[in-house]
Design a protein around this ligand. Structure first.
Ligand code: ZN
Ligand code: ZN
Length: 347
């Protein structure tokens, strides 16, 4: 018996991405099959495309892509809440709820996390644990492209909560890529006094300004640490968020914060890299330095609600739409273009 086929983008190695016909997944008890209507590209995907998987081993070939939304086409036995035709999003993770980290409430650090890849395809199978813990119906008025951005926003919400951004704060954000801009949109909604965004690319800084940044700094033209100090009466920002993922900018963030302030090192750096922290900064300066990783099912739900209500307007982050067949070109654009943020890949 020959199985049904579907098109999917398979990564065979660094910069080797091919659209091929593969077996369409079959659905077992508790699972669901979804027809992908939009999958958005993400900085993580670009990193994997350019230099291989960053946080572990990758088994090639692999279908990748993890931000998506679509229509339910098949529902496995034992799932009562899902119906065929329902518009949904899911993943890209669900914790086990049993390990030590889950027991402590650190669901994002679960030691048996289930990850879901394979959004650049016609269909995606959602495993049973994810159907239970991290799959939501999306409201009728919301586009698939917007719903797909739930995942990065969920990560950002976890970050800003941990960093305890407060009413009236001045927040400095290093990096005006999609994640830096999501931090900007979120901070603005939290009632901050001022957001200062720095980047090397004018086009991106202009988008940051359109999205509400009170101050923008091109780090090629102005020394960003000095500029942040100058814009804060010499003190430094209350909260500094690094949204690039390089040791140099992690260290730069430490020089931008005020005494008693918080530095959120959000961008994941290349493996085995290190930074230097002056002890005086922590002791006399009482600066809190923290990193956050990924997010939790509760934040996924919150992120989708904030997108659906229009509280956080994610539409401007998708700067282009392309077909699944053109995915190789899409990643080519993302590795070279300065003004593109996210590309929505459509079937
Ligand atoms: Zn992502
Ligand atoms: Zn766990």
């Amino acid at each position: 018996m020959s199985r049904e086929k579907m098109n999917a983008a398979l990564l065979y190695g660094v910069k080797d991405l091919r659209v091929e016909s593969i077996d369409k997944p079959e659905v077992g008890p508790g699972e669901a099959l979804v027809k992908v209507k939009a999958a958005t590209t993400c900085g993580t995907d670009v990193k994997i495309f350019q230099r291989g998987y960053v946080g572990g081993v990758i088994q090639y070939p692999t279908v990748f892509g993890h931000e998506w939304a679509g229509d339910v086409v098949e529902v496995g036995e034992g799932v009562s809440w899902l119906k065929r035709g329902m518009r949904v999003r899911a993943g890209n993770s669900s914790p086990c709820l049993r390990c030590k980290m889950c027991e402590k409430g650190n669901y994002n650090l679960c030691e048996d996390m289930m990850w879901l890849w394979g959004a650049y395809a016609e269909y995606i199978k959602v495993p049973a644990r994810m159907v239970r813990l991290n799959m939501q119906e999306i409201p009728a008025h919301l586009s698939y492209e917007e719903a797909a951005i739930t995942e990065p926003l969920a990560c950002v919400l976890h970050g800003v909560e941990e960093a305890q951004v407060k009413l009236g704060d001045t927040v400095a954000i290093i990096g005006a890529g999609p994640v830096g801009l999501l931090h900007l949109l979120t901070a603005e909604k939290m009632g901050v006094e001022k957001v200062i965004v720095s980047d090397l690319v004018d086009e991106r800084l202009q988008i940051a300004q359109q999205l509400g940044a009170e101050e923008i700094v091109n780090a090629k033209q102005e020394e960003p640490v000095e500029k942040v100090r100058q814009l804060t009466g010499g003190y430094g920002a209350d909260v500094v968020i690094e949204a690039i993922g390089l040791p140099a900018t992690w260290e730069q963030a430490l020089r931008m914060v005020r005494k008693g302030g918080t530095v959120l090192e959000f961008g994941g750096c290349p493996p085995e890299t290190e930074i230097k922290v002056r002890t005086e900064l922590l002791h006399y300066g009482e600066v809190t330095v923290l990193g956050t990783f990924h997010t939790t099912p509760a934040h996924f739900k919150k992120a989708l609600s904030l997108i659906a209500s229009g509280t956080i307007k994610v539409k401007p982050l998708t700067t282009r739409k392309m077909k699944l067949d053109e995915i190789k070109d899409a990643f080519g654009i993302l590795t070279t273009s300065k003004s593109d943020l996210k590309i929505a890949v459509l079937p």
